[in-house]
Ligand binder design. Structure first.
Ligand code: GSH
Length: 194
């Protein structure tokens, strides 16, 4: 299997952490999103990472679908509960974490495109949404006790927000939780870099 990714992408990071935790072997193809390869564009009409190419040539995207596919490939280390309420709780955490990432990307892009005159209200509202997200996560940390895709997604989101919006660092109990999870080799090997 081959995974198109970038070292910055928090969506791809979820997949990379899951793969490392499960010991799945795949080839990583580092994409330059400013000059997307034809192979990526041929595989995914939107040219997004992560995109997974299976050994039979089939293609799977996006990160939510790839994580579910890969988790099913090996039952020894399940990172997504198989069914029922527990499964949807984990997927709900993933969805919230992914949305925090999306908000952070929009804020970062707004500031990069308009460094002197970014839309202040948009940035404030978006950053407040991220801070509300932090508050919610901290108040529900007991739900993230087990290491699974929920904690992978939340930690990847926090890692990305720290990377792009360093003034929005987590604090208190959430910072302690993040520090612990960030020590895992799978997290250390996938820290976002430019
Ligand atoms: N919903 C998608 C989002 C993927 C995504 O937006 N990836 C970004 C990189 S972080 C990307 O490929 N951007 C390139 C582009 O949109 O052209 C997922 O979860 O995989």
């Amino acid at each position: 299997m081959k995974l198109f990714y970038t070292k910055r992408s928090p969506y791809a990071r979820k997949v990379r952490v899951l793969v490392l935790e499960k010991g799945i072997r795949l080839d990583l193809i580092d994409e330059d999103l400013a000059h997307k390869s034809q192979k990526l564009l041929d595989s995914n009409p939107l040219g997004k990472v992560p995109t997974l190419i299976l050994d039979n040539g089939d293609v799977i995207y996006d990160s939510v679908v790839i994580c579910q596919y890969l988790d099913e490939q090996d039952s020894k280390t399940r990172l997504i509960p198989l069914s029922g309420e527990a499964r949807y709780e984990v997927l709900k955490w993933e969805s919230m974490a992914d949305d925090m990432v999306t908000i952070a990307i929009y804020v970062y892009m707004e500031k990069v495109r308009h460094p002197q005159d970014f839309h202040a209200q948009f940035v404030t509202n978006s950053e407040n949404a991220i801070l509300n997200g932090y508050q919610y996560i901290e108040a529900h940390l007991n739900e993230l006790g087990e290491f699974n895709l929920a904690s992978i997604a939340v930690a990847s989101a926090i890692g990305y927000i720290h990377f792009r919006l360093p003034h929005l660092k987590v604090q208190g109990k959430l910072a302690q939780w993040f520090e612990q999870i960030n020590k895992r080799p799978s997290m250390q090997q996938t820290i976002p870099v430019v």
